[in-house]
Design a protein around this ligand. Structure first.
Ligand code: FES
Length: 149
């Protein structure tokens, strides 16, 4: 038998149902990731969709996304209604691009690290870890700093 979730939840209920400490719920609220209203007794009340937000925050943090990135993504969700499946899909698609780019950069860094740990020269000219984007090469071939403009 499944128990239905009440329309609004106290901070303790959010913590219990999401498996996150009450202090973390307060922290997410202070950071603008979730919001509550105050009832007549001045107690916080959260709408049910906060459970999905908290779950997504936890997963997003595990992928390496910062709280600021998560907040920016949540800011694209509708304000006056619970996000629809399409809203969450769009948010996920945007994060996929960010994560794909990070995976590409980390893969490249890992491969460079393999080489550099064996080498150890840390040359500004040749080492991709010291000069990761080869910024001078983007300006053209040759000794760019020695050539007059
Ligand atoms: S340490 Fe030699 S190429 Fe990076």
């Amino acid at each position: 038998m499944s128990r239905s979730i009440p329309r609004e939840l106290s901070v303790g209920e959010v913590a219990a149902r999401s498996g996150v400490a009450v202090s973390a719920i307060h922290f997410y609220e202070a950071k603008g990731l979730i919001a509550s209203r105050r009832n007549a007794g001045n107690q916080r009340r959260f709408t049910r969709d906060v459970l999905r937000r908290v779950a997504i925050i936890k997963v997003a943090q595990r992928t390496g996304l910062s709280l600021q990135e998560i907040r920016q993504a949540f800011a694209t969700l509708p304000e006056h209604r619970a996000p629809s499946a399409a809203d969450w899909q769009r948010l996920s698609a945007n994060w996929r691009e960010t994560l794909d780019e990070r995976i590409r950069c980390l893969t490249q860094l890992r491969d460079q690290l393999d080489h550099c740990i064996g080498c150890g020269c840390l040359s500004m000219d040749d080492c991709p870890l010291r000069n990761p984007r080869d910024t001078l090469a983007e300006q053209g071939a040759g000794a760019r700093l020695l050539e007059p403009n």
